[in-house]
Design a binder for this molecule. Structure first.
Ligand code: ACO
Length: 175
């Protein structure tokens, strides 16, 4: 794929109306931010995720089945991508998933996960825009009472620039 594909021609994970228009307007004209599309496997989605951690390409069909499963969990998964328009490729990714609770008057919490920016595009505020976008989706659009994430010590200054503060500790157990 070499030509930019507009949102209207794509099969998207969620409505593009949830992407704040003022945030889109602040982007460089060569980049676009939108929900993940069912064809982003071909636009380098996994390649950008591999900047973050081990990916292990499952193949297009399994990738598509995961996309469908996320979309079927209506109102839960919100994955976004930043597209480099001249090449129609993914250069940034990020997700927020919504946890529905019984406490706080049946409140919801947004969990930010899997943020990555292509190495050649880092330092251009794309990571900041991804976090701003996901936080707005979580809090303004979906009414979550808080948005949280886990990160390495090295990334704390980045998240502080995005308006987040260190709070409590992370516990983990890998299977
Ligand atoms: N340490 C200190 N400051 C940082 C760092 C860092 N590691 N990264 C970014 N910043 C600062 C920038 O200098 C900038 O500051 P400024 O506004 O004063 O100029 C501000 O944070 C915004 O930076 P961006 O340009 O938006 O950052 P970028 O687009 O490069 O994205 C990211 C940052 C996502 C961490 C990117 O470097 C990346 O993909 N890293 C590898 C994968 C990774 O670690 N992802 C995060 C995992 S945690 C999670 O997924 C919840």
């Amino acid at each position: 794929m070499s030509k930019f594909t507009p949102d209207s021609k794509l099969d998207l994970l969620f409505s593009t109306d949830l992407i704040p228009s003022e945030l889109k307007a602040q982007l460089h004209p060569d980049v676009h931010i939108r929900p993940l599309s069912s064809t982003d496997y071909h636009r380098g989605h996994l390649s950008v995720l591999s900047v973050l951690t081990v990916v292990n390409d499952p193949g297009e069909s399994a990738w598509g089945a995961r996309f469908d499963a996320m979309r079927s969990a209506n109102g839960t998964y919100y994955s976004i991508v930043v597209i480099d328009k001249p090449t129609d490729t993914v250069v940034g990714v990020g997700s927020v998933f919504i946890e529905r609770k019984f406490l706080r008057g049946l409140g919801s919490v947004g969990h930010i996960e899997d943020i990555a920016v292509d190495k050649n595009q880092q330092g251009k505020k794309l990571g900041l825009k991804i976090i701003q976008c996901l936080t707005e989706i979580s809090e303004k659009e979906l009414g979550c009472y808080k948005t949280i994430l886990n990160c390495s010590d090295a990334n704390i200054p980045f998240y502080e620039k995005c308006g987040y503060q260190k709070k409590e500790n992370e516990m983990a157990k890998y299977a």
